[in-house]
Write a protein that binds this ligand. Structure first.
Ligand SMILES: [Zn+2]
Length: 216
């Protein structure tokens, strides 16, 4: 049950899917709401390290509202501010600040999406979040690599800047996530893939792009 959205899609499988299919597969994995079933069945999930990997999905701390300060170990997701939540074997989150409405992964994700949309409406914002050690590849339709760059990724309101290259959201046609640490996106005539370390949260870039597209 730890981060059940983390499905791995092979390069071969991906090459047979279009971006809509990829996004649908991811959305199905991510939003299949196990909690409805869980309320009825109250299944106990056995195993250790239930929370590990959740930082690939949950990226805003509900206590201090900072982005990129969460990390996981064993059954805990923690923030540098001292806030933590325990992922119970019954798939609920118990948090140290007793904040209501983040007692499941789905609810926490819904909250952070709303909060991100709110942040975007504040006028003074420049860099919203960033990550290091990114590899950007420009690829062709057959997944052949045309260019390769290493560097950082930074999101602003209307763009992502990757290894010094600017990509305006309005020019990005599609974006999809696969696995924990890979984003693929396309412009009119070009395709890109971003790979990042395992703890990377590509989901936040995807949400930002999604909010931008839906607000247009
Ligand atoms: Zn915090």
């Amino acid at each position: 049950m730890s981060a059940h959205f983390v499905n791995e899609y092979s390069a071969e499988k991906l090459s047979t899917m279009d971006v809509d299919e990829i996004n649908k597969a991811i959305a199905d994995d991510l939003f299949e709401d196990a909690y409805e079933t869980q309320k009825i069945q109250n299944i106990k999930f056995e195993g250790k390290n239930l929370a590990e990997g959740l930082e690939s999905l949950l990226f805003i701390c509900p206590a201090c509202k900072k982005i990129g300060t969460l990390s996981t170990k064993h059954d805990f997701i923690r923030c540098t501010c001292g806030f933590y939540a325990i992922y119970t074997p019954y798939a609920y989150l118990k948090n140290s600040a007793k904040i209501e409405n983040i007692d499941t992964i789905t609810k926490w994700n819904d909250w952070q999406k709303d909060y991100l949309a709110e942040l975007l409406s504040s006028a003074s914002l420049t860099t919203i979040f960033n990550d290091e050690h990114i590899e950007l590849k420009k690829i062709d339709k057959h997944h052949r690599i045309l260019e390769k760059h290493k560097g950082n990724i930074k999101a602003e309101k209307d763009r992502i800047i990757i290894a010094e290259q600017i990509f305006l959201f309005e020019n990005i046609i599609d974006m999809a996530l696969y696995g924990r640490n890979t984003i693929v996106f396309s412009l009119k005539n070009s395709y890109y893939e971003i790979k990042a370390p395992a703890e990377f949260c590509g989901w936040k870039y995807f949400l930002l792009f999604d909010i931008f597209k839906n607000n247009k």
